[in-house]
Write a new protein. Structure first.
Length: 276
């Protein structure tokens, strides 16, 4: 494990790969990053064999980029949940650690990115929350949410996708590039007889035929829903009808619809006294 070390011996775990030294002996080494000799804001590196651990910081592999001559620029990647924050509570030492990455104008000395399992909000919302809690200006571009990688899955962007989760799931999907989005709520409204648990949604009189919906071609799970029973039932209906929940179940389907699950955590803690 390598560390980003400062002159006061405060270190952040960091696996650094030098893009200029591809040989096995020097391709991955612990570094001390020190101010350049000319007093500029750039940094030079030297090898070190002693480094101190800091509890809670992620280890991440980054490539060093040559700034000029022997100066290098590093980056830091923070896991938010359980490292900087616990729920909405700032963990001890988090603000102090962030301040060590700032210059005298409160700007980051290095590229800094914050990764979180959160997926029921937009990047701008999370950036604003982190900025307020950590007392530093964080931009949306510095935040990676659990669903952020879906921006790269362009082959699904023009398919009809069913989204499941909390918050404005439809707007989140649109922001990520998905053009044909259907929410669980919209599906339940069009097929009120499929949800046998929610009696308030059941029609009191014979219902008219459901409006024709496009065939669902993929499912996106942004996170845990509020009404588990409704979501689970409709998801099963969609899977067993190959995207046409108004049809009869077919348990002999050869292929399953793609499911894009953004957050695979089945156990978490946040501010609760025990994991759940």
């Amino acid at each position: 494990m390598n560390h980003l070390c400062y002159s006061d011996h405060t270190c952040i775990p960091l696996c650094v790969t030098c893009s200029l030294s591809p040989t096995p002996s020097t391709s991955s080494v612990p570094l001390h990053l020190l101010p350049a000799a000319d007093g500029s804001s750039t940094y030079r590196s030297r090898f070190c064999s002693r480094f101190l651990p800091v509890k809670g910081c992620w280890t991440v592999c980054l490539s060093l980029t040559c700034v000029h001559h022997s100066s290098y620029q590093a980056g830091v990647l923070f896991d938010v949940d359980g490292v900087l924050l616990r729920g909405r509570s700032v963990l001890p030492g988090a603000r102090q650690a962030i301040r060590k990455l700032l210059d005298q104008n409160n700007n980051f000395l290095f590229p800094v990115v914050f990764v979180t399992n959160a997926g029921s909000c937009q990047r701008r919302d999370k950036a604003e929350q982190l900025s307020n809690l950590l007392d530093v200006q964080i931009t949306p571009e510095q935040v990676v949410l659990s669903h952020s990688p879906l921006q790269m899955m362009k082959s699904f962007h023009d398919r009809c996708v069913l989204v499941c989760g909390q918050g404005s799931t439809t707007n989140i999907a649109n922001t990520l590039g998905f053009q044909k989005v259907l929410s669980i709520e919209q599906l339940a409204q069009q097929h009120p007889l499929l949800d046998m648990v929610d009696h308030q949604r059941k029609p009191t009189s014979p219902s008219s035929p459901a409006q024709s919906l496009p065939q669902i071609q993929a499912i996106i799970l942004f996170g845990e829903p509020i009404k588990w029973e409704t979501n689970l039932q409709l998801l099963i209906d969609v899977l067993l009808t190959n995207g046409r929940p108004g049809n009869v179940h077919n348990t002999q389907l050869l292929n399953q619809l793609p499911i894009l699950a953004c957050n695979m955590d089945l156990l978490w803690m946040a501010e609760a006294p025990s994991p759940r």
